[in-house]
Design a protein around this ligand. Sequence first.
Ligand SMILES: Cc1cc2nc3c(=O)[nH]c(=O)nc-3n(C[C@H](O)[C@H](O)[C@H](O)COP(=O)(O)OP(=O)(O)OC[C@H]3O[C@@H](n4cnc5c(N)ncnc54)[C@H](O)[C@@H]3O)c2cc1C
Length: 329
Amino acid sequence: MKVDGGLRPGAHKAAPPEVDVGVIEGRIIGFVFAPTPSQSDRPISELLAEGRPLRSLEFFPPKDEPGVEALRQTAAALRRIEPDFVSVTYGAGGSTKGRTAQVSSLLRAEFGFTVMPHLTAVSHTRAEVAAVAEEHYARGIRNIMALRGDLPNGLPPATAFRDGLRFGCDVVALLKDLHPDLCLGVAGYPEKHPEAPSFEADLVNLRRKVDAGASFITTQLFFENEAYYRFVDRCRAAGIDVPIVPGIMPMLSLKQVTRITTTCGARLPDRLIRRIEAAGDQPEIVEALGIDWALTQIRDLLAAGAPGYHLYILNRARSALTLAAGLAA
Ligand SMILES: Cc1cc2nc3c(=O)[nH]c(=O)nc-3n(C[C@H](O)[C@H](O)[C@H](O)COP(=O)(O)OP(=O)(O)OC[C@H]3O[C@@H](n4cnc5c(N)ncnc54)[C@H](O)[C@@H]3O)c2cc1C
């Protein structure tokens, strides 16, 4: 449902913004649809071709209105470090379908960011995936992170995968068929996708995504750069020649990082665990350690010629700002 009005009076002087009102988990929420910039986004492949290291940030769509306001503040703070693009995740099984689109529009229209929404196949028909992509395209978005997605808890594969959309390469092929000028990123796994029977099989499947039309790879998070360097070497040997952007997550707490690494299969180095344990129950110190670790990783990656870095910022500005300041030094 669309109604006239604005959540932030005076934010847009040219035309009153539209507000899309919806009910999520029993709460009424509103997202501003600011006037869409008239120009389409530049494809990220073009930015990568410039040869300078890119900085990108990943957001997830908030659940409610206070979350949207917090995201706005985060985005406002992050504007000063001029990310080359920002991405917005897609909830498991399409659970954030509308919110991913809305937050993507907000970040693009209110903050002028080049936005790459994620789009996953799980639980969607081909027509549903196409409809989401068409909505982005109509708003001028030209970059999409094309994914298979994770299965929501308890959902059997027979229900989750519909209409021949089974793997990331199927999503890439569908989107490229729809709009050949869409620039598509895909996921890569320096420490192997947890379901893959072997590293070699995973690389064959990664190559399928590139052969279907993906322009670049963003990696799963990792904490040891050696994993990334080995991965890049293996990709090149397997004939995968697109840019491979390392994904870095500044850790916030041992609990958080253990939960995430258990799901995604990334290894937590003993050295890092020892440091976190030595910090004890002091969140500020653990956060500072996480930023310091990420800073060391990024410096090393850029010195080794990585095409940039993608930060999993979990909707927080502080680590990204501190890292940008550290890298400027
Ligand atoms: C950068 C990044 C962003 C992400 N964003 C999101 C998000 O927004 N929302 C979300 O739900 N999840 C997200 N994920 C997680 C991702 O959805 C999961 O890791 C998911 O399990 C795999 O998605 P994929 O697109 O890599 O799948 P695929 O490339 O399809 O790979 C999945 C598994 O299938 C195998 N495989 C692939 N193709 C074939 C084939 N043709 N035949 C046989 N086997 C095959 C692969 O080896 C792998 O083991 C993200 C991950 C990364 C790294």
